[in-house]
Design a protein around this ligand. Structure first.
Ligand code: ZN
Length: 381
């Protein structure tokens, strides 16, 4: 959805994730992928008019006390897909009526993009009543008002006999034939794709709706912002001819990217930052309050700082709390100095990703970690 950015097209980069804030559609057969606001599925033809020439004429029916679509289905003995659902919107202040087959939902983004509207909302009841339309009985039938534009979803293209509102309080029409009883309107795709719809791209696969995190978005802006009516930006090409600047723009969501990485890189104890982007390489913990421990801590900090970013946890918390926090924030390596380890001239290293723990002479730690980090970096998936 290029939205108000405009331009001729845009690509979204999504990471599939059950916690994603966005939805996208995936074809199980051809690999077609699109944002749900853009995706197109095949709209199955549910009923067919056997003999269009001799179809019964439009008939107005008194339908008092009918409030919901379920009431209507029961009253007329019809299925959801035999009902013309109509919704009125205010798009940049202009009244728009959108109609769709009852088994589909209107995609407001598709509609808004078609109308090129910046702001779109459901039309308030008083606006409709003011114009003589009745909420609950709306339909495209008989609308002949230059102030209201009507958009029809392609699902209504070739239906059979349907039921629709009569634009009159407590009345509906039956025997509605789209194309016969209303046809002078724009017909486009404004339907939300449904899980299991057949893919319009390959005609074979079933569409699945997945959640994802939007990591980036690229826009082809073309000359929207550089043409004469906008900023009027030109340059001289190698022939000395004036050309218009063509624009594109790229958005990367840094915070979303972090969220997406954590989504993939974590376990029950917390984050596991990949070494390539971890904000710190080493989580340093000194256990024991003696001078010797403290001095070794400072020495390790100074030595390791030549090659690594170090987070020295010098809070007065217990070792257990520090170990838990080290796992939680996911620093790739944990280095522990303690009285017990000092006695055997060793420090302890834990690798967050694998849980591997090993002892090392203090002067060898740096070399070992450089090697390990490089190995982990090159094996990143
Ligand atoms: Zn497909």
């Amino acid at each position: 959805d290029s939205g108000i950015m405009g331009g001729s097209g845009s690509h979204e980069f999504m990471l599939e994730s059950p916690n994603g804030e966005d939805q996208f559609v995936l074809c199980s057969h051809c690999g077609y992928q699109a944002n749900t606001e853009k995706a197109v599925g095949v709209k199955p033809r549910i009923q067919e008019l056997k003999d269009p020439e001799n179809a019964p004429p439009l008939e107005k029916v008194h339908t008092p006390n009918i409030k919901t679509i379920s009431d209507l289905m029961e009253f007329f003995g019809i299925n959801r897909d035999q009902f013309v659902k109509s919704v009125a919107y205010l798009a940049d202040g202009k009244l728009v009526l959108a109609a769709i087959r009852g088994d589909f939902e209107i995609s407001e983004t598709k509609l808004r993009n078609h109308l090129k509207a910046i702001k779109m909302e459901m039309a308030p009841e008083e606006v409709l009543l003011d114009k003589g339309y009745h909420p609950g009985f709306l339909s495209p039938i008989g609308i002949n008002d230059p102030d209201i534009s009507v958009v029809i979803d392609s699902s209504l293209g070739d239906g059979g006999l349907m039921v629709a509102g009569a634009n009159e309080k407590d009345y509906h029409y039956k025997n509605v034939v789209p194309g016969r009883d209303f046809d002078n309107f724009t017909t486009i795709d404004i339907a939300e794709v449904r899980e299991g719809d057949v893919c319009a791209q390959c005609g074979q696969g079933k569409l699945q709706i997945k959640r994802g995190i939007e990591l980036g978005h690229t826009f082809k802006l073309g000359t929207k912002y550089t043409d004469e009516n906008s900023m009027n930006v030109t340059y001289l090409d190698d022939q000395g001819k004036e050309q218009r600047v063509v624009m594109g723009c790229y958005g990367i969501g840094i915070e979303r990217l972090m969220a997406a990485i954590v989504e993939k890189w974590h376990d029950e104890n917390g984050i596991i930052w990949p070494v390539s982007i971890a904000p710190y390489d080493i989580y340093l913990i000194v256990i024991g309050k003696g001078e010797e421990e403290k001095n070794l801590g400072q020495k390790m900090y100074d030595t390791l700082s030549n090659d690594f970013e170090i987070l020295w946890d010098d809070r007065s918390e217990s070792p257990g709390v520090k170990f838990k926090d080290a796992d939680l924030i996911g620093v790739p390596f944990r280095v522990v100095i303690s009285t017990k380890l000092l006695k055997v001239n060793a420090v302890e290293v834990k690798v967050r990703e694998t849980g591997e723990v090993f002892k090392s002479a203090p002067e060898e730690v740096s070399g070992k970690l450089i090697e390990l980090k490089e190995k982990m970096r090159t094996s990143l998936r």
